[in-house]
Design a protein around this ligand. Structure first.
Ligand code: HEC
Length: 193
């Protein structure tokens, strides 16, 4: 309910085409309708019945805290992402989304993640949560390999179970729709979720 009404929850923040849905539609629904949608979503079976609840693994946070950035993607993460999403992956609740235990990080298709790193995103303001926060775009400063490394790093850290991504996948996305960050592009991103 919090997510649909405010665009943010303890686990995630809305982005891409779904931002428009929250801003123009969901935030205006009654508490009853929001509860009904949330109940329905929670009643759906797991995509993968073998999925187990997220277990936080503090190994990565401990290594980063000690200054050990030898793991692939770790130094890119420290230099570009940790100021907001923090070395423990917990972020700042309802401001900078947590990456640890965030379901978006564990999807089979990493397209949306590569896109948000290349293009950035803005968590929209809603009536119930009027603050808006922006993640910068990194396409101009990170190579395909660096984006692949950092996305693979966040998908595999803090107990997350997402598979690594390749530099080739980043290259394809960068070349295919680099022309604009219009609603159309972002719409495609969300449909892939
Ligand atoms: C200035 C703070 C800031 C920095 C630096 C930053 N982010 Fe973000 N990040 C955000 C905000 C704010 C959002 C929510 C964006 C939205 O809602 O469109 C976000 C969203 C995300 C998401 C989607 C998660 C979700 O639930 O919405 C991912 C993945 C992500 N960031 C990864 C990264 C990576 C990787 C880096 C470094 C390359 C990075 N971020 C750097 C602030 C930041």
């Amino acid at each position: 309910m919090q997510f649909l009404k405010t665009g943010r929850s303890d686990r995630s923040a809305v982005f891409g085409g779904m931002s428009d849905v929250v801003v123009h539609s969901m935030q205006y629904l009654s508490e009853n309708d929001l509860t009904a949608i949330a109940r329905y979503l929670k009643s759906l079976p797991a995509v993968d019945p073998k999925d187990t609840p997220h277990q936080y693994d503090k190994q990565v946070a401990t290594a980063l805290w000690k200054g050990d950035d030898s793991q692939r993607g770790a130094s890119v993460y420290i230099d570009n992402c940790a100021a907001c999403h923090r070395t423990d992956g917990h972020g700042y609740t309802r401001v900078f989304p947590a990456l640890a235990a965030n379901p978006v990080l564990q999807t089979a298709d990493a397209t949306s993640l590569i896109n948000i790193v290349l293009r950035g995103g803005t968590l929209p303001a809603t009536h119930a949560a009027p603050s808006s926060f922006t993640m910068p775009a990194f396409a101009w400063r990170l190579s395909d390999q660096e984006v692949a490394d950092v996305v693979s790093f966040i998908r595999g850290s803090w107990g997350n179970q997402g598979a690594p991504v390749t530099a080739r996948a980043v290259k394809d996305l960068r070349e295919n729709d680099m022309h604009t960050t219009s609603g159309d592009d972002l719409g495609q991103v969300t449909q892939k979720h």
